[in-house]
Ligand binder design. Structure first.
Ligand code: GDP
Length: 297
């Protein structure tokens, strides 16, 4: 996969060197960790995250007396793989479910991150699990957003609730939720407005929608291509609005990996889904272990 290519190549290089050695000294490990550190920084992983990560791997590598192993390269790869999995949340983080349906999922994020597209994809995934999601068109500011959601809804035969672009998103969310209750939809997914930058008016509106709908999940949609910026955005959203998880989009693109590797550590919120393309089916539950193996190549 194109994503992580450079990081993967660099890490393979480091491990290749270790594999070639019959014996690995402490110096070799230190040298390897210096290179892993650089590779991660170049992949735009948060500085502090890199520092902690390297410290942990080093401690384990030295503790395990890798130097005495016959396959030191393999042992170190294994340690890196496990730590990377932990860094991204350890185990897969499942979607919350309301005690009493409908379960409310609120999608937030900057404009262009992929909120509307992801709303459709998530509905598709839920349908595959025999659920009946209702999509709520709460982005009344971006000119084409409502239509875009309706087209997605038609594509997968999922109902889309809209009151046009003249009613407040808070009212739309409230009415949409009632509509779901009246019509037996067990999930609602609220598409909300994004801006190019985080601003107060946007946050205020999101907070009000939150108050009115009491979502079971507030999912921040972030564009993986934006690396560190994605993580900063996540942190700012999290300070204002209690996020429950992250959806990473555009992992099919030429991302360097920084967002995937940093966002959980920085915000404390797990990546729940990964989007890998523009098509409606291009959304998967995020598995930290699989992603780590992918990155390590
Ligand atoms: P919103 O402003 O956050 O609602 O963003 P949109 O859902 O309109 O998405 C913005 C653009 O990103 C659209 O052209 C989408 O097709 C594209 N997009 C969304 N998710 C992905 C993805 O996972 N991969 C790729 N390649 N493109 C995506």
């Amino acid at each position: 996969m194109a994503a992580f290519e450079s990081l993967t190549n660099r890490l393979q290089n480091v491990f290749g060197k270790l594999r070639g050695k019959g014996k690995v000294t402490e110096d070799d490990i230190n040298e390897a960790m210096r290179e892993v550190r650089l590779a991660l920084l170049e992949a735009d992983v948060n500085f502090k995250v890199v520092k902690d990560f390297i410290a942990k791997v080093k401690e384990k590598a030295l503790g395990l007396e890798v130097s005495k192993s016959f396959t030191p390269g393999m042992v170190i790869i294994d340690i890196v793989n496990k730590e990377m999995t932990e860094l991204m949340g350890g185990t897969q983080s499942k979607l919350a479910k309301a005690n009493k349906p409908p379960t409310v999922l609120m999608m937030v994020g900057l404009q262009g991150a992929g909120k509307t597209t992801t709303t459709g994809k998530l509905a598709r995934l839920l349908q595959k699990g025999n659920h009946k999601p209702l999509l709520i068109a709460g982005d009344i500011y971006r000119p084409a957003a409502i239509k875009q959601l309706q087209v997605l809804g038609e594509q997968i035969d999922a109902p889309v609730f809209t009151l046009g672009d003249q009613t407040s998103p808070v009212e739309i969310a409230r009415a949409g939720l009632q509509h779901a209750k009246d019509n037996g939809n067990d999930y609602v997914i609220i598409d909300t407005a994004g801006r190019l930058h985080i601003d107060e008016a946007l946050m205020e509106e999101l907070k009000q929608i939150h108050q009115v709908t009491k979502p079971d999940e507030v999912l921040l949609v972030v564009d993986a291509m934006t690396g560190q910026d994605a993580v900063n955005v996540a942190q700012s959203f999290h300070e204002q609005l209690e996020l429950t998880g992250v959806v990473l989009t555009k992992l099919d693109g030429d991302t360097r990996g920084g967002a995937a590797l940093s966002v959980k550590a920085v915000t404390g919120k797990p990546i729940k889904f990964a989007a890998m393309g523009e098509k409606i089916d291009a959304l998967e539950p995020f598995h930290p272990d699989r992603m780590a193996s992918r990155i390590l190549g």
